[in-house]
Design a protein around this ligand. Sequence first.
Ligand code: PEP
Ligand code: MN
Length: 267
Amino acid sequence: MNEYIKSLKDQDKLNISINKEKAFNWKYFKIAGPCSVEGDSIIEIAKEIKKCGADALRAGAYKPCTYPILKEVNGWKEGLRKEGLELLKEAKNQSGLPIVTEVMDARMIDQVAEVADVFQVGTRNFQNYTLLDELGKTNIPILLKRGTWGTIDEILGSCERILVGGNENIAICLRGVIGMPNYRHVFPSIRWAPDLMMIPALKELTNIPIIYDPSHSTGYRNFVKPISKAALAAGADGLIIECHPNPTKSISDADQAIDYNTLKKIY
Ligand code: PEP
Ligand code: MN
């Protein structure tokens, strides 16, 4: 064991647990929905997703892209933003499903809190400490997505950063990491490597629930179902899956979106 890890262990820094009494009882086993809120279609999608057994609707109103230049597609510019949040509110009212949506910046917390039942912290903000500090002061559940570079101690460290603020309602989302270059020449939409071993590894160290994201971690719709099953077999507490009524037409992340029929079969 290297000295750094040993010192973290000695300081009990690799043992970040939540107080289950105080903590939110993570009940979102199957979170599903499109990558982005694309328009008022989100209302119908919410109802359909519910019929497919989802416990919560996911969709980004604010959508950071991997390439950081604002790009506009039919009036959609890194998400519908405020309008997207309004549409999510309507989707929630009409379907009764709780909403999981991204908050990108500490200044947006109040705005997103008007509709979010769970704040998603995106990969790109995994170590945005100002955001984590401010979210730690709320009591809204947080789904913390692992940075594509995040090591196990960094994952626990970011959790701790939220926990010290007093918010124990957190879950870790594993969404794939940097790597796997020998797949991309055959499956070009694959961008990240699924890291299933992180599930049992985290389970050794923490009782924080683990939600697996088979969509971003595979990047290819045909792999979403098998990797979902593998993640559950490895001990994941739930899944967050991108699903769209017409997957190939998704505005963002079209290659990894699955259809309703496939979603129904994942549990
Ligand atoms: C998403 O969930 O649509 C998303 C942008 O994920 P990530 O932050 O993991 O890239
Ligand atoms: Mn996405």
